[in-house]
Design a protein around this ligand. Sequence first.
Ligand SMILES: [Zn+2]
Ligand SMILES: [Zn+2]
Ligand SMILES: [Zn+2]
Length: 315
Amino acid sequence: MLPTSSGSFPLFRIFGIQVYLHWWWFLFAVVELSVRRNPYSSIGWKVAEYVAVFVIVLLHEFGHALACRQTGGKADKIILWPLGGVAFVQPPPRPGAELWSIAAGPLVNVLLIPVILGAMWARTQFQIGDASVDVRIFLGALFWINLSLLIFNMLPVYPLDGGQILRSLLWYGVGRARSLYFATIAGFVGIAVIAAYFIWSNPNRALFVLLMGGFLASQCLASFRHAQALLQLEKLPRHAGVKCPECGERPPGGPIWACGACGNRFDPFSTQGVCPHCSSVQPTIPCLHCGTASTRERWGIVRSGGAGSPPVIDV
Ligand SMILES: [Zn+2]
Ligand SMILES: [Zn+2]
Ligand SMILES: [Zn+2]
């Protein structure tokens, strides 16, 4: 149930990362601005506060995306929607790369603490006349919102950042599949406990908490299924002579890959990438470990140019 770019419109593109804003964001903004009491002298400050929160969330997501790029992973899309932001990051499947890609998001919020405190200090030094009270309320609100986002994101509950950090640390000990399996099971329990607590402490927010909980649980479920698939994959024997050119993992043996032409499943590593059902040559073969599709040449199961050359027939 991740937001898709179809319900969103492109805002801007920076560092090769496309930022989208989901339409729901406007709906929530209108509700927030009209329902909540306005502590400022004018509505303009309330709007500014809402936009500032949006910038904080955006900086957090850029932390994830840029760190992921740094590890050699893929990150080219960020979607902002009412329940926060989603950075579509695909770090290489190593615990260290995953750990840094996740930790860099909350780290942005940690770095923002002294920045906001500095602005608060500057306000007391330079008198800004009538606007001073509004600036004080505005900076105070930003400080608490940034801190709340940091604390919430760092809860050790998958798929929140804290839960994903915990998962990366578990990876060092029990491996990729099992760490995800344990982290997602603990995630379901954690989401239920946190949702129950928030509803108990403020019943007025029940609808929002249920929406948020449902969103997190659906992400957790998708990751749980992924963990189950990874566990299945780990049980299969591996092809000894082949390695993924991207991640170095050996592909499992068995009819797991679907033919791009006829849809039947086969093992391209024992047929040099040729479908035994319809004889079509697969242009690329995806790695089941890291997801990268590489050509037969890059996999090293056929030599360059060898596929198209006519057979030599001795007479
Ligand atoms: Zn995050
Ligand atoms: Zn086929
Ligand atoms: Zn791979």
